[in-house]
Design a binder for this molecule. Structure first.
Ligand SMILES: O=S(=O)([O-])[S-]
Length: 114
């Protein structure tokens, strides 16, 4: 940890753990691997189309969000996405607070995916 990240502690620690990937890097990271992939949009949005093999954990359903994510492995990377990137950014911060070690967020969200 650098001097600055010691001073600003929490925030920099969070940003170390959150990596925003563009579509190409995200696609290659989730391909052919058994990754934890989570769509944090609503069930309605999810049913209208989603990335193959994604779980759906709605960010707006706060109680269920924590319960469902706590069933995942915090020591392994988790890949998340939303519609355009705002919700997943907030979700990523929550996941850091919950103890997840590495969060990959899809830049631009699902709207840029298809
Ligand atoms: O999913 S969102 O970034 O549009 S809030």
């Amino acid at each position: 940890m650098s001097f600055l990240s010691t001073i600003f502690g929490h925030n920099n620690e969070a940003s170390d753990k959150i990596v925003v990937l563009d579509k190409i890097d995200y696609a290659s990271a989730i391909s052919n691997k058994k990754v934890q992939l989570v769509d944090v949009r609503t069930a309605n949005e999810f049913s209208g189309g989603h990335i193959k093999n994604a779980l759906n954990i709605d960010f707006f359903n706060a109680a269920n969000f924590e319960i469902s994510f706590s069933k995942l492995d915090k020591t392994k990377p988790v890949y998340i996405y939303c519609r355009s990137g705002a919700r997943s950014q907030k979700a990523a911060k929550k996941l850091v607070d919950m103890g997840f070690s590495q969060i990959f967020d899809l830049k631009g969200g699902y709207s840029r995916w298809s």
